[in-house]
Design a protein around this ligand. Structure first.
Ligand code: SAM
Ligand code: SF4
Ligand code: F3S
Length: 482
């Protein structure tokens, strides 16, 4: 059955709900749709929704799935939180992600007082923490629905339960082995899309809460992924980003196992697809065959995000990353030997427990050696339940902050030097949107992920065109059509 064009108005709602997924969810979408219709008629206006994403690309992809379900139900998307349905898709990777959510909830409460029919739903990684759910249950009684990362596909059923019960609905699963295919999804961009290839993570980096809130690693079937990408391409998508916490271990749990390199090779052959990106690559699992596939592909972008986290082998060991500084540098050499022009980016944590000035200097040294095109730097944040939270020698915040600024300076210098080197070149960009700051400009993305702003016309959005990189502005370019 093709669920893409399903007509919800034709679903028989007189009988019991189906047990099988995704049929069950389409049944509940149809039920909720009746309610939305009746409410809009009563109020003389359409009901609106907004999804707010607090986390990573995977979180953003989940928000697209939530938006797809809400649109099917009959809500209209809006860009303000003065909406009838507000869903916060939360993140808990660092403490500040949590703080932001609590801060915004107070504001939502005020809005709800003005619109008592408003529904507030919270989902995502933060909701997988029992202490968070308990706090919301006790102190944020105005929240209507709480669910987690494993059951976002159930949104329609949860809304239905909320309408019937009238009270707060909490449905958070500890883990799952279920992958529900064929649910609606509403893309933010019509010409590029994220595609999940796996869920969860089987690594246990000692600082990281993700495995606890996203569960065990589960890979999607290769055929389901290929089918989704073919459909996206038929629908006008030029660029896809394959998503997983550790894409290099894709397929290990499938029967029979498949490798990420093999999956990429298959995707590379999809006609009409122009660009392929993926994230995140764990250095310990990056295979020679992956390098080979990347090297031989014209579609895989010239960019690799390879998080190192620290340049000290001692710290890497305590972080449980399973590679040393030397392993990482040797890998970089191998990648650069095969693809000399590739752009490398990374993630770095400063102030991990036990990090001394010497360890930090090693990080600086590695950054100078690798010369990253750019890097995300984070201050270590203690996440309860992770092994690092209970480690001795937590680094004082003031010390970590100074190191953080020193690191940032080095990264920025290298990054702007590297960006400057390409000044004057003519390169392909995928045109993404009208520039947010200056609407006479358009913004496009180079294969190496750097942005270019240039004068063009909105009809170019979604196409791949050539521009001259006229002027380097540090971490982006001003360009010119050629
Ligand atoms: N799976 C990816 C990997 O292994 O590289 C990254 C996932 S995580 C969502 C993104 C980044 O957040 C990590 O690479 C790490 O640098 C950072 N991060 C994770 N836990 C952190 C913590 N407790 N404090 C500071 N940064 C953290
Ligand atoms: Fe976290 Fe490590 Fe898994 Fe990445 S690989 S999600 S950093 S545990
Ligand atoms: Fe992503 Fe944050 Fe969850 S980074 S996986 S949304 S904890």
């Amino acid at each position: 059955m093709d669920f893409k064009d399903i007509d919800l108005d034709k679903i028989d709602l007189s009988g019991k709900e189906p047990l099988k997924e995704p049929e069950r969810q389409y049944y509940f979408m149809a039920k909720c749709r009746e309610w939305v219709k009746a409410e809009s008629e009563k109020s003389g206006r359409p009901l609106t929704f907004i999804t707010q994403t607090f986390g990573c690309q995977m979180n953003a992809k989940d928000s697209e799935k939530l938006a797809g379900i809400l649109e099917k139900i009959g809500f209209i998307e809006t860009d303000t939180e003065e909406a009838d349905f507000v869903v916060y898709n939360t993140c808990t990777v660092r403490e500040n992600a949590n703080t932001r959510v609590y801060g915004r909830l107070g504001y939502l409460n005020n809005l709800k007082k003005k619109n008592p029919n408003m529904m507030i739903a919270l989902c995502g990684c933060m909701m997988q923490e029992a202490a968070v759910v308990e706090k919301i249950r006790k102190s944020y009684r105005f929240v209507d629905i709480i669910f987690g990362t494993h059951n976002i596909f159930k949104l329609a059923e949860l809304i239905h339960s909320r309408l019937i019960s009238g009270g707060m609905i909490i449905d958070v699963w500890k883990d799952t082995d279920q992958i529900v295919e064929d649910l609606p999804s509403e893309r933010k961009f019509r010409f590029k899309a994220g595609v999940n290839i796996m869920y969860g993570c089987n690594n246990h980096c000692s600082f990281c809460i993700v495995p606890y809130v996203r569960g065990r690693e589960r890979s999607r079937n290769q055929e389901d992924i290929i089918r989704e990408i073919r459909e996206l391409v038929a629908d006008g998508v030029a660029e896809i980003m394959l998503l997983g916490q550790n894409v290099n271990s894709y397929g290990k749990t499938l029967d029979p196992p498949v490798s990420f390199a093999n999956l990429l090779k298959e995707i590379d052959e999809i006609e009409g697809l122009k660009r392929i990106r993926f994230m995140t690559s764990h250095p310990k699992d990056l295979s020679d065959s992956l390098i080979e596939v990347m090297k031989n592909s014209k579609k895989i972008c010239s960019h690799l995000h390879l998080p190192i986290q620290s340049g000290s082998s001692k710290i890497l060991k305590i972080m449980n990353r399973n590679y040393s500084k030397e392993d990482y540098l040797a890998l970089v050499d191998k990648i650069r030997a095969a693809m000399p022009d590739i752009s490398l980016t990374t993630d770095l944590i400063v102030g991990f427990p036990g990090e001394t000035e010497e360890d930090f200097l090693e990080t600086l040294e590695v950054v100078k050696k690798v010369r990253y095109d750019s890097a995300y730097t984070f201050l270590y944040s203690k996440r309860s339940g992770t092994p690092a939270a209970n480690m001795d020698k937590q680094v004082e915040e003031s010390v970590a902050k100074i190191r953080f600024n020193r690191l940032l300076k080095v990264i920025q210098e290298i990054s702007s030097e590297l960006t400057g080197k390409r000044e004057g070149e003519i390169q392909e960009i995928l045109v993404e949107e009208i520039n947010e700051q200056n609407n006479s400009l358009l913004t496009g993305r180079l294969s190496n992920n750097i942005l270019v702003h240039f004068k063009g016309t909105p009809d170019m959005i979604g196409s791949i065109i050539n521009v001259k990189l006229k002027e380097c502005k540090g971490f982006y370019y001003l360009g010119e059509l050629v």
